[in-house]
Structures are given as C-alpha cells and as structure tokens.
Design a protein around this ligand. Structure first.
Ligand SMILES: [Zn+2]
Ligand SMILES: [Zn+2]
Length: 354
C-alpha cells in the first residue's frame, strides 16, 4: 500500500507528521495531490481543544492541488487539472444546498448545522500530500491559466468568509463600513467592503502592522483601538454611525462596540466565532426597536463560489498575496503553527507546501 505524509491530530496539544495510506476515491469523490495549503485560526482552536474533533483526523481545510484520480461518476474533469477546493464542501443536492444554504449542507438529507464544513472536521483534511474531495462534482473548481497557487489558496476559506461578511451585511454603494479586527478574515472583509462599493471603510485593530495591511486591502481610514474611545471616533468619522459594522474577532467587547457604532437601521454582520454567552446591551440595541439587523455567516463554499472569487483575482480586483507572510514545508508545519498561534513576526497567514 502506498503511503503519504499527513499532519494528524491526536488530541489536545498533540499532532504529528506521519505516514498514512493514500486513500482511494469512492464513487463521486476525487483524489487530489495537494500543492499548497495553509493554517487556519480554526486549526489552532482544534489543536488547543477549543473545538472538538475526533483524534486520528488529518487537519486542514484550505487546499489547492492537482487531480490525481477521479471516482466513478465524476464528469467534466481530467487527471492533472489544477483545482481549488473550498473549505466548505457542500453536496449540492440536499434541501439545504438547493435552498442556497450550502454551508449548512445535510449530505443528501435536510439541514445539518455547519454540515458543509467537513475537511479536518468530520473527514480527513488538507494538511497532507493527498486529499479525498467529497461530492467532487460540486466542489472541484478549475484554476484559470495564469493564476498561481499562492494567488488562490486564501480564497478557499478566509477570503470567502471575509467577503461574505460584506455581502451578508448588504453593503450598498456609498455606504460607510467599520470592520472590527484586521486579522486575516477582517482584512478580507475590508477588501470585500471596498468591492461591494462602500464609500468609506474604517479598519479597526490594536496591531499597527495589521492596520498598515488594512490600508493595502482597502481601508480608507484606520483606527488603533489602543488609543482613545473607538465608538466616539468611528461615530465621528462616519458622521453619526456606520451603515454596516463587520465583527471579525468573535469577542463580547468587539461585538458590543460594533453594535454601538451602528446608525439606526444599520446592520451588524458577524463573522466571529463566539464561545460561552453573547450578551446584547439593550441601550446599544435601542431596546430591540432600532431597526437593526444582526446577520451571521459561515464561509460559503462549493465550486461556483470558488470560480467567482478566482474571477476577482484574475481580473486584478483582489490581491491576497500580501497576507501570505510566511512559508513552511509540511515537515515544518508544527513550527508554522507556533508562529501563527503566537502571532510572531508580523504573521498573517502561513503557506504550507506538502
Ligand atoms: Zn478556516
Ligand atoms: Zn448539501
């Protein structure tokens, strides 16, 4: 039996690079040789035991690669084609998928909460030499000629997620938008706000390097949350409150601040993953009658989403390469996790080459 190297989760704080069998694609699946992947904040949550997954699983959910084998029934693809696969791999056939809620895919049944997220969650993931793609027909997105792995790898998850925050927020041409936290997802939300036609995008963070990158990604103004009263400053900049506030951190304080900078009738688009209890202060929420909208989104996936995002890159509307600050080989991935986890050395995203 042929084997491959893979980054396997063994329990809280325990992962290792090891040899595991190269899997065979079943009907409807594809085997992809991974040429580039990355480490996600969610992977850190898994390793730290903050998000439960089964020990023995290969981690990772952001793959770019080359089709190595096609299972029975997958049509329109050839061995050797370069593909991008979203972090979310919907079946494309169930009630949730056909209703447009691909991230909550029930795999041929109805809805399953977060069911579209399978890689490194319920099935083996992308931090390996090879990867089985489920529902391949719905998930293999061919990479246009001329685009490099580095240009598209971040579309699989963080760009799809970040931009979805701007889309779900319903940003309209001329809107004023505040984006809270300029980590990888917040930076993509900033880019998304600009793409959606916002007139003024305000980027907020506590890290000067990240604020600098925010300007590159589309922020017109940046606010350092360590200095002064963020709510007052954003309200001043926006002339009394923003149309849309995007929360991209997942903490009570940023959620609350995002609510406090909204104009009446504004929308809070939440991308954060919260733990414990989230509270909504009644005065910031106008006791529930301020015509506010609060919307949440899980990373949209599937091949059509990936195709659309790649079009943005192909036509030079979106450049994510400034976010790939570090590169490691699969052998050195544990070091990559350390740099990423400790936010060392100005890290935003770590590219991993199997
Ligand atoms: Zn992720
Ligand atoms: Zn489905």
């Amino acid at each position: 039996m042929k084997t491959m190297r893979a980054h396997v989760f063994h329990g809280v704080g325990r992962t290792s690079i090891e040899q595991v069998p190269i899997p065979e694609p079943k009907p409807g699946e594809a085997l992809v040789r991974v040429t580039l992947t990355t480490i996600c904040g969610t992977d850190l949550h898994i390793v730290r035991g903050e998000y439960p997954v089964k020990p023995g699983l290969v981690i990772g959910h952001e793959p770019v690669g080359i089709i190595a084998k096609l299972g029975a029934g997958v049509t329109g693809y050839k061995i050797g084609e370069r593909v991008l696969i979203g972090a979310i791999t919907p079946c494309g056939q169930c009630r949730a998928c056909l209703s447009g809620h691909l991230s909550q895919c029930g795999h041929g049944e109805g809805y399953e909460a977060l069911g579209g997220w399978r890689f490194g969650n319920t099935i083996n993931g992308a931090q390996a030499e090879y990867l089985i793609v489920p529902a391949a027909q719905a998930n293999l997105a061919k990479i246009p000629d001329g685009l490099t792995d580095e240009q598209v790898v971040l579309l699989a998850d963080i760009a799809s997620t970040g931009i979805s925050g701007a889309e779900s927020g319903g940003i309209r041409i001329g809107d004023t938008v505040a984006v809270f936290a300029q980590g990888p997802i917040g930076l993509c939300a900033t880019a998304g706000a600009k793409l959606m036609g916002a007139a003024l995008v305000i980027g907020i963070d506590r890290n000067p390097t990240r604020l600098e990158t925010a300007r590159r990604m589309g922020a017109d103004v940046v606010v350092d949350a360590r200095e002064g009263d963020v709510v007052a400053e954003v309200r001043r900049l926006s002339g009394g409150g923003v149309d849309v506030a995007i929360e991209a951190l997942g903490e009570q304080t940023t959620f609350e601040t995002a609510l406090r900078v909204l104009r009446p009738g504004g929308t809070l688009s939440s991308l954060g993953v919260y733990s414990g209890k989230l509270q909504i202060p009644y005065e910031a929420f106008a006791a529930g009658i301020g015509d506010h909208r609060i919307v949440t989104t899980l990373c949209p996936g599937g091949k059509e989403r990936m195709r659309r995002l790649m079009e943005l890159v192909k036509h030079s509307r979106l450049d994510l390469t400034p976010l790939l600050t570090h590169h490691v080989s699969l052998e050195d991935i544990v070091e990559g996790y350390r740099i990423f986890g400790e936010q060392r050395d100005g890290v935003l995203k770590v590219a991993v080459k199997p």
